[in-house]
Design a protein around this ligand. Structure first.
Ligand code: DGY
Length: 305
């Protein structure tokens, strides 16, 4: 069996995969270009992919008819053409559950950092600017008794709600069927936890931002294209909304340059699941899914169309 891993993963998962056959891990410290990816997967029975790999029919073709599984090391699977792969008999799996707490922690961290101006204060000190304590100095806004609107009430959305309730926020939800306009109108904080699909692409666009309160903030830890990043920059510059905490970007790794200039924006480079423990569990879960499929068993985390 040949297993192709498109980016370095924790050793514990490689040990599990090596028990199945030959493991080829990309030695590049960057995402593979589409041509490199197609070349790398030739002859693979399993591909362990990352969220930046576009896995479509051309990749399945390049791998060959023996390809049995694509195990994405992510809960999101918008990078994979699941329908096409499934129709070719290839199993697609993801890694739900193990990153729920880490991602919710990061989302709530962005919220606190933004509303209490933590990153801004850090920048002020590092710039050596003079300051002194006074009652009006660098005031943020409190979260207690505010309303958090969760768009996408899945595992991560509910974990974010749990943290918010512990801080005294009132939580409202919008899922697939509930109208998001009501939530946008009433929320002081809008936090995005829905997957990226054709339906959620630019879910937060100029019109949605116009509905939000001028005091509201937006948190995005799901996928960048759920937000129209240029419309968001416009809304922040014109003070249509008060701030944003973003871990994901529409054209990663690029960030809309206007966002970099704004003090009422907190930015992190797709760190939602980035803890040693979580990333190890994600890689192990992907390895378990590969092991199951290559040994003729049902994987724990199949992605269904
Ligand atoms: C995921 O798993 O989809 C995350 O974005 C990776 O942290």
């Amino acid at each position: 069996m040949r297993i192709v891993v498109t980016r370095r993963i924790p050793e514990a998962a490689l040990v599990e995969l090596r028990a199945l056959g030959e493991v080829r891990v990309s030695t590049q410290d960057r995402p593979l270009e589409p041509d490199e990816l197609r070349k790398a997967v030739a002859g693979a029975h399993a591909i362990v992919s990352m969220l930046h790999d576009r896995i479509d029919e051309s990749v399945a073709e390049a791998a060959g008819p023996q390809l049995r599984i694509v195990a994405n090391v992510a809960v999101g699977h918008d990078n994979i053409d699941v329908r096409t792969l499934t129709s070719r008999g290839i199993v697609v799996t993801n890694t739900p559950g193990v990153l729920t707490d880490a991602t919710a922690d990061l989302a709530f961290g962005l919220l606190l950092t933004l509303t209490r101006r933590i990153a801004e204060g850090d920048r002020l000190l590092r710039a050596g600017q003079p300051w002194s304590f006074h009652l009006g100095f660098m005031l943020g806004s409190g979260l207690q008794a505010k309303t958090l609107g969760i768009i996408g009430p899945g595992q991560i959305g509910r974990a974010m709600a749990k943290r918010a309730e512990a801080f005294g926020l009132h939580v409202v939800y919008s899922g697939r069927s509930e109208p998001k306009e009501t939530l946008l109108r009433q929320a002081d904080v809008v936090s995005l936890h829905c997957p990226l699909t054709p339906q959620t692409h630019h879910l937060i666009d100029a019109a949605a931002l116009r509905i939000m309160k001028p005091t509201a903030v937006l948190i995005n830890t799901t996928r960048g294209p759920v937000v129209d990043e240029s419309a968001l920059a416009d809304a922040l510059l014109t003070k249509q909304i008060a701030g944003a905490g973003l871990d994901v970007f529409e054209h990663e790794p690029d960030v809309e340059p206007r966002l970099l200039e704004l003090d009422n924006v907190v930015l992190t480079p797709h760190l939602g699941s980035a803890t040693v423990e979580t990333r190890t569990q994600m890689a192990l879960l992907a390895a378990d899914n590969v092991t199951a499929v290559l040994t003729g068993k049902a994987p724990e985390n199949p992605v269904r169309t």
